[in-house]
Design a protein around this ligand. Structure first.
Ligand code: GDP
Ligand code: GDP
Length: 470
C-alpha cells in the first residue's frame, strides 16, 4: 500500500526543494525565479515502513497570465484529487499572500486531510509569517525548512499517522473478508476451528544480511562501538555508494551470519550545527532506522535515559523496528549489579511500551560484551519475524477471554471472537470483536500482555488492531 501525498502551494514557496529532499536526489531543477518551466513530477519513495507516492505541482509554465492561472488551478486540483494527504506549503518568511489564500481555499474546498507547512522556518525571520499561516484555515502550521532539513521528523510522524489510518481502513476491509468467511459460525465468545495458516516458519532468509543501525545521542559512543564491531579484520567491504547520498553501509560477519550496518550519522557529523544537535540526532536516527531491521540504541551509561535517548527509543518502536539497548561505557561503572538493577527499573518505567527490552552492558572502547550484543540482535530479530498459527492464537484467545472475560459496556457484554496474525516484522494481529470502540484500553492491554507472555514475544513492537466483527 502506498500513501499518495501531494505538495501544493503557490510558486516559489519551496515545494520542489521539499520534493527533492523527500525523494533523496536532485531530480528536479530548483530555481528561485517563479514559474520556471518544470514538469509535474511524481516519485515513489520508501521512508522506513512508509511507502509514499509524492506528487509535486511545481511545474508551471510562464505563459499569459490567464493561462498560467488556469493551468495552476487544474494541476493543483488534479494533484489534490489523487492525494490521500495534501501538504499545503506557504513561505513563512514572506507571510501569507492573496495567492496563498486562493490556493488554501481550493484545498479547504476539497476537504482532504491536510498538513499546513510553514516553510523557510529556519530562523527568526519566519516568526511573523508562521503566525499569519493560522489565518489560512488549514489548522496549526508545522514549521519546516525544506532547504535545511528542519522539521522533517515531525512531518514524517504526521505522515505515518495518515498512513496508519489508511492501513487501518484497508485492514478493516481485510477483516471484513475474514468475517465473511466466518459468517456461518455463531458460537459463544470464541470459536476455534480454523485450519489455515499452520506454518510457523520464520519468514526471513538467513542467507541475506541482517540490516542493523546504531543510533544514539552524540557522544554516546556510536563511532567507537561501530569501529570495534566491524574491526579491520572483519571489515569485508568499505563504503558502498548508492543507497542514498548520505549513507554508507558496511558488511561484516559475526558467527557465520552476515550483517549490514548503516551509518548515516557518522557521515553527517561534520555538518552539524552545534545548537541544532538535539533535533539533528533524532532526525539522524530516523534516517538510519529507515534502512534497518534491528536498531541498536546506544546509551552513555554515565548519563542514561535522558530525554533524547527516550525520544530515539520511542521513534524506533513507533517505526516498528526491533530494538536492543546497548549500555555503553560499562567500563566506567563501579557497581555493575546495582547499576544494572537501576537501569532495568528505569527502562521498565520510562519505556513501558517495550516490555523486557534487551539491555546489554558493553564497552565500545574495550570491546567487552560485543558478542553478547550481537547475540541479542539475532535473538530479537527472530522474535520480530515470529509467526504464530491462527489455531494456536485462537486457542489462546479462548483461554484468555474465559479467564478474564471482556467487560459488559452499556449492559451488553462485548464479544471477542477471533484473532489472526496478519503480518510479521513487527508481529501484527487483528482481533475481531463485537464493539471494538467500546473495548476499554485496559482490556486491550491485558490481551496484548497475555499474548506476549504466551507466545514469548518480548521487547519488539507488537501491533494489535481491534476490528468489528460479529
Ligand atoms: P517551488 O516553486 O514552490 O517549487 O519552490 P522551490 O523549491 O523552487 O524554492 C524556491 C526558492 O526557495 C529556492 O530559491 C529555494 O532555494 C528556496 N527555499 C526552499 N526551501 C527553503 C527553506 O527552507 N528556507 C529558505 N530560506 N529558502 C528555501
Ligand atoms: P558518538 O558521537 O556517539 O559517535 O561517540 P564517540 O564514539 O565519538 O565517543 C564519544 C566519546 O566517548 C569519545 O571520547 C570516546 O572515546 C568515548 N567512549 C566511547 N565509547 C566508550 C566506552 O565504551 N568507554 C569509555 N570509557 N569511553 C567511551
Amino acid at each position: 500500500m502506498k500513501l499518495n501525498v501531494a505538495i501544493v502551494g503557490r510558486p516559489n514557496v519551496g515545494k520542489s526543494t521539499l520534493f527533492n529532499r523527500l525523494v533523496g536526489k536532485k531530480l528536479a531543477l530548483v530555481d528561485d525565479r517563479p514559474g520556471v518551466t518544470r514538469d509535474r513530477r511524481e516519485s515513489e519513495v520508501q521512508l522506513g515502513d512508509l511507502h509514499i507516492n509524492i506528487i509535486d505541482t511545481a511545474g508551471l509554465e510562464v505563459a499569459e497570465e490567464d493561462a498560467l492561472e488556469t493551468r495552476m488551478r487544474l494541476q493543483t486540483e488534479e494533484a489534490i484529487g489523487m492525494a490521500d494527504v495534501v501538504l499545503f506549503m506557504m513561505d513563512a518568511r514572506a507571510g501569507t499572500t492573496p495567492m496563498d489564500e486562493h490556493f488554501a481555499a481550493m484545498v479547504r474546498k476539497a476537504g482532504k486531510p491536510t498538513i499546513l507547512l510553514a516553510n523557510k522556518s529556519e530562523g527568526k525571520a519566519s516568526d511573523a509569517g508562521y503566525y499569519e499561516a493560522f489565518s489560512l484555515g488549514l489548522g496549526e502550521p508545522m514549521p519546516l525548512s525544506a532547504e535545511h532539513g528542519i522539521g522533517m521528523a515531525d512531518l514524517y510522524e504526521e505522515l505515518v499517522k495518515y498512513d496508519e489510518e489508511k492501513r487501518a481502513k484497508l485492514g478493516s476491509d481485510e477483516a471484513d473478508a475474514i468475517e465473511a468467511a466466518l459468517a456461518e459460525d455463531d458460537g459463544p465468545l470464541v470459536d476455534v476451528d480454523i485450519e489455515d495458516d499452520e506454518s510457523e516458519a520464520p519468514l526471513y532468509d538467513p542467507t541475506k544480511p541482517l540490516r542493523v543501525a546504531i543510533v544514539g545521542r552524540p557522544n554516546a559512543g556510536k563511532s567507537t562501538l561501530i569501529n570495534n564491531l566491524i574491526g579491520e579484520d572483519r571489515l569485508l567491504t568499505g563504503p558502498e555508494a548508492g543507497i542514498t547520498r548520505d549513507s554508507i553501509s558496511v558488511n561484516w560477519e559475526f558467527r557465520d551470519r552476515k550483517f549490514k550496518l548503516f551509518d548515516t550519522a557518522g557521515m553527517r557529523r561534520k555538518a552539524r550545527v552545534q545548537e541544532k544537535l538535539e533535533k539533528l540526532s533524532v532526525s539522524d536516527a530516523l534516517r538510519s532506522i529507515q534502512f534497518a531491521e534491528v536498531v541498536i540504541v546506544t546509551l552513555d551509561v554515565t548519563k542514561p535515559f535522558e530525554k533524547q535517548d527516550l525520544q530515539i527509543a520511542d521513534l524506533v518502536g513507533r517505526e516498528g523496528r526491533a530494538i536492543v539497548i546497548a549500555l555503553n561505557k560499562w567500563d566506567l561503572v563501579e557497581k555493575p549489579q546495582e547499576m544494572m538493577a537501576e537501569l532495568r527499573e528505569k527502562a521498565t518505567r520510562l519505556l513501558p511500551q517495550m516490555r523486557d527490552v534487551p539491555l546489554v552492558p558493553v564497552s565500545g572502547l574495550t570491546g567487552k560484551n560485543l558478542d553478547r550484543l550481537m547475540k541479542s540482535v539475532l535473538d530479537i530479530y527472530e522474535v520480530w519475524n515470529r509467526r504464530v498459527s491462527t489455531s494456536r492464537l485462537n486457542r489462546w484467545l479462548n483461554g484468555a477471554t474465559q479467564g478474564h472475560p471482556p467487560p459488559a459496556v452499556g449492559g451488553r457484554r462485548i464479544k471477542v471472537r477471533y484473532v489472526t496474525q496478519i503480518k510479521t516484522r513487527p508481529p501484527t494481529f487483528v482481533v475481531m470483536c463485537s464493539r471494538p470502540d467500546d473495548l476499554p484500553d485496559s482490556y486491550q492491554r491485558y490481551l496484548l500482555n497475555d499474548l506476549r507472555d504466551t507466545f514469548d514475544i518480548p521487547a519488539v513492537p507488537v501491533r494489535m488492531l481491534m476490528r468489528k466483527g460479529d
